[in-house]
Ligand binder design. Structure first.
Ligand code: GTP
Ligand code: MG
Length: 176
């Protein structure tokens, strides 16, 4: 029986694999439209896991929440105004430092956040070794490594999402 639907936003720099993660999570259960009044595509999907339903919105790629582009305005407004229950920030493990700029801005927005460390395969091939538990400690949020194109780390991501939402009151309160 489903008694709650959690709303999740998928955010990240352009080309970090957000849509690949989105497709892997939602399969065929997707709805594609446009952001109201905008020519930017809006993709929304759902999946069920352990008796809960998850609704996810694939946000346009953004380098920051500073609203320089239409994509950044959409992403910023969705995170700050719609206040999703959870924001999954997809970062490129092979370009971690650059990607953390947006991640830190989202952390400062006082929303519930987890980090999906995508492109782990590329990072590994380049000899980049990321201390995942240290990164998680420093940022104060769960970090889960994955390689979405290969389907690696997907089950872990679903579990980390479920844990993040079910450990907070009503599955939607913001982290302190
Ligand atoms: N090697 C590797 N490639 C990946 C991975 N995830 C995604 N890709 C590839 O990276 C490219 C970009 O992926 P998308 O999912 O379109 O990225 P996006 O973040 O949605 O991009 P925008 O919507 O344009 O911001 C595609 O060619 C994917 O197949 C991964 O974990 N490893
Ligand atoms: Mg995309």
């Amino acid at each position: 029986m489903i008694n709650t639907t959690h709303t999740i936003a998928l955010a990240g720099n352009p080309n970090t694999g957000k849509s690949t993660v989105f497709n892997a999570l939602t399969g065929l259960d997707q709805h594609v439209g446009n952001w109201p009044g905008k020519t930017v595509e809006k993709k929304e999907g759902r999946w069920k896991y352990n008796g809960s339903e998850y609704r996810i919105i694939d946000l346009p790629g953004a380098y920051s929440l500073s609203s320089f582009s239409m994509e950044e305005i959409i992403t910023r407004d969705f995170i700050l105004e719609e206040k999703p229950d959870l924001v999954v920030v997809v970062v490129d493990a092979a370009n971690l430092e650059r990607n953390l700029y947006l991640a830190v801005q989202i952390l400062e927005a006082e929303v519930n956040v987890i980090l999906a460390l995508n492109m782990s395969d590329i990072a590994a091939a380049r000899g980049i070794d990321i201390d995942v538990s240290h990164l998680s400690e420093v940022l104060g949020v769960p970090v889960t490594p994955m390689a979405a194109r290969k389907g690696q780390g997907l089950d872990d991501l679903k579990q980390v999402i479920a844990d993040a939402l079910n450990s907070t009151k009503n599955g939607g309160s913001h982290h302190q």
